[in-house]
Design a protein around this ligand. Structure first.
Ligand SMILES: Nc1nc2c(ncn2[C@@H]2O[C@H](COP(=O)(O)OP(=O)(O)OP(=O)(O)O)[C@@H](O)[C@H]2O)c(=O)[nH]1
Length: 324
């Protein structure tokens, strides 16, 4: 099978340090051939001129926001990128500071033509520790960016005290308990192997889910994250019906969905992720003999109530199942 091009999406509120991070990232991997897509809201794309040392080219998407009206053009740029004859290992998409990253990720997850050739690695969310409070209190999109990220990088740590950094990290983890975290100060190259996070792989989802405490909810403003753990065999047809309603009708309030299911008739863990109105279903590892077959779900979104989901969970279990 042809090797897919890894895709990393950079998100973060205006001025959070996305372009700075991008340049550091490219320098960190001198042997990786990067293509970069820069989306800028204005007609003139300045950020593309700020990307340094990139051999494989910077593709621009200007005068609109990639998460909404430029999504068709994103597909066009991806096609051009594949046809340009360059040997590309990894694609980085820098979104505008006001973009909703799920719309961009959905293009890579849901479009079969794209997902055949590109493999989403992760969404990296940049958080300016100094501007965090202002951004989340005044701009719902900043909340969404944090909620959706797989890896959160706290920037401008050189300008804040340890105490301030700790407070921001605590709050961000509260908003998104699934994300891994890192931090940078000006000019630093991030240590983590960020282009190989593989956050969308079944194994990584299973690994991250184990970090989230059982059955709880976190609330920050109107963004809430609920996690559920329950025993029993899940009926695949009922599950599919529920998720299809969730992803098609409620995707505007559900920012992120990750679930590991014990499906009736299946010896492997089934991992389902929701990205906007698209979903990704993967067969994960085998349930080990000694392992307790627990279903786990994490949902992050806006003003989501816990009780209806609990009710729904009971209704997707096969009739002979035991509920925790
Ligand atoms: N002190 C300090 N400044 C930083 C750091 N990261 C970025 N900056 C500065 O913050 C400003 C904004 O950084 P950018 O990388 O352009 O931020 P951006 O998120 O790409 O900005 P937009 O594209 O406008 O949303 C620049 O002046 C950077 O030099 C950091 O870790 N420490």
């Amino acid at each position: 099978m042809e090797k897919k091009i890894g895709v990393t999406i950079l998100t973060g509120f205006l001025g959070a340090g996305k372009t700075t991070f991008l340049n550091n990232l490219i320098q960190k991997y001198p042997n990786t051939k990067f293509a970069v897509i820069e989306n800028e809201f204005g007609e003139v794309n300045i950020d593309s001129d700020l990307v340094v040392d990139n051999q494989e080219g910077v593709f621009e998407l200007s005068n609109g926001c990639i998460c909404c009206n430029l999504n068709g053009e994103l597909r066009e740029v991806l096609r051009n990128l594949l046809n340009c004859g360059k040997d590309i290992d990894h694609l980085i998409v820098e979104t505008t500071g006001i973009a909703e990253p799920d719309g961009v990720a959905a293009a890579f997850v849901g479009d079969p033509g794209i997902s055949r050739l590109f493999e989403i690695n992760a969404t990296i969310g940049l958080i300016d520790v100094q501007n965090f409070e202002f951004a989340i209190n005044n701009h719902p999109v900043a909340m969404k960016q944090i909620s959706f990220s797989d890896y959160l990088v706290f920037t401008k740590c050189d300008l804040a005290t340890e105490e301030e950094i700790k407070k921001v990290k605590f709050q961000a983890k509260f908003i998104n308990p699934l994300a891994q975290v890192g931090q940078v100060s000006k000019g630093e190259v991030i240590e983590k192997d960020v282009i190989n996070l593989k956050a969308y792989s079944a194994e990584k989802v299973i690994e991250r889910a184990s970090f989230v405490a059982h059955d709880h909810n976190h609330q920050h403003g109107d963004v809430v994250s609920h996690s559920f753990t329950f025993k029993g065999l899940v009926d695949p047809v009922k599950l599919e019906m529920w998720l299809s309603v969730l992803f098609n009708l409620q995707f505007e309030v559900i920012y992120r969905f990750k679930g590991i299911f014990n499906i009736k008739g299946e010896d492997h863990k089934v991992v389902i992720q929701g990205v906007r109105n698209e979903s990704k279903i993967e067969i994960g590892s085998l349930w080990e003999g000694h392992e307790e077959r627990l279903n786990r779900i994490v949902i992050i979104g806006k003003s989501i109530k816990r009780a209806p989901i609990e009710k729904k969970i009971k209704s997707i279990l096969a009739p002979d199942s035991v509920v925790l």
